[in-house]
Design a protein around this ligand. Structure first.
Ligand code: 8IG
Length: 273
């Protein structure tokens, strides 16, 4: 058991310690924007600007090694374009299905807040319910359904989630790319993909995208006062929408193919934040 899993530990103190260590390792006294790069979003970090420092997540208190092939376990401090602003780029995330508890899932978000960030961009790869969204289509997250039955918020703390996914930031994205669609993201626990019946259920409930991340992180981000932008990359049609079975290798390949467009869009958006 790490300290983060110990109920007696204050997760915000561990996040503050991680942020302090980030200052030492990156040489930057604070950061402005955090990005979490999900499946298919890896190359986006390179297009933001010059990488000024790169830190292994495991060198910071509270982080676990990356568990998913195709995810990198580093945090980069990146100069945003030619400005003096800095982005904190998480090349990986801890997923809820890893069973390390919700605190581990949202530790990066809390560390970003403790490091001074006021905005967080949560990206992911997901399945799409809308057959018009071909694999490789980026979609703005307008709202979510959290089907994990978990919350990062502990105790009797009542957090308002109206407009959790910032309308202002979604509008900003559409200034960069007016063709961007938006939809409701449904987080399942995973790690198995959904059955076709579960995908139909997600649709009946108002969902447009199915995945295994993001909602718990978004809630934690709101709790920490961060403005949240969520962007999904539809890497596959959800089970039953597509006639062919889902395959993680295909997911990664679609991500690679869409990476340039998505990366450029994201870099443009972050420069305008
Ligand atoms: I990439 O179709 C990716 N992640 N739950 N369902 C769920 N997660 C995903 C999917 C998907 N595609």
């Amino acid at each position: 058991m790490t300290t983060l899993e110990d109920p007696a530990t204050d997760p915000f103190e561990v996040a503050a310690a991680a942020a302090e260590r980030l200052v030492e390792l990156t040489g930057a006294s604070s950061h402005d924007v955090a990005l979490v790069l999900g499946s298919g979003w890896g190359p986006a970090g390179d297009l933001l600007g010059e990488t000024l420092a790169e830190v292994r997540t495991t060198d910071l208190p509270g982080f676990y090694p990356a568990a998913v092939a195709g995810h990198s376990g580093t945090i980069r401090s990146v100069r945003i374009g030619d400005t003096s602003r800095r982005a904190l780029v998480f090349g990986t995330r801890t997923h809820f299905y890893e069973g390390r508890g919700v605190r581990a899932v949202v530790h990066g978000v809390r560390t970003a807040a403790a490091a001074g960030c006021s905005t967080i961009v949560l990206t992911n790869g997901c399945g799409g319910l809308n057959p018009d969204w071909a694999p490789g289509t980026p979609v703005l997250i307008s709202d979510h359904l959290n089907l994990t039955a978990a919350s990062p918020v502990e105790g009797a703390t009542f957090i308002d989630l109206t407009d959790l996914y910032s309308r202002r930031l979604r509008d900003l994205c559409r200034e960069v790319d007016p063709s961007l669609a938006e939809g409701v993201y449904v987080q399942f626990r995973g790690p198995h993909y959904e059955t076709p019946a579960e995908v139909r259920m997600a649709g009946v409930l108002g969902g447009d995208l199915v995945g295994m991340s993001t909602t718990l992180e978004a809630i934690a981000a709101r709790q920490s006062g961060l403005e949240v932008l969520g962007i999904s990359l539809v890497t596959n049609l959800a089970a039953g929408i597509s006639p062919t079975p889902l395959d993680h290798a295909e997911v990664l390949e679609t991500g690679r193919a869409a990476a340039q467009r998505c990366g450029r869009m994201l870099a443009d958006v972050v420069r305008r934040l």
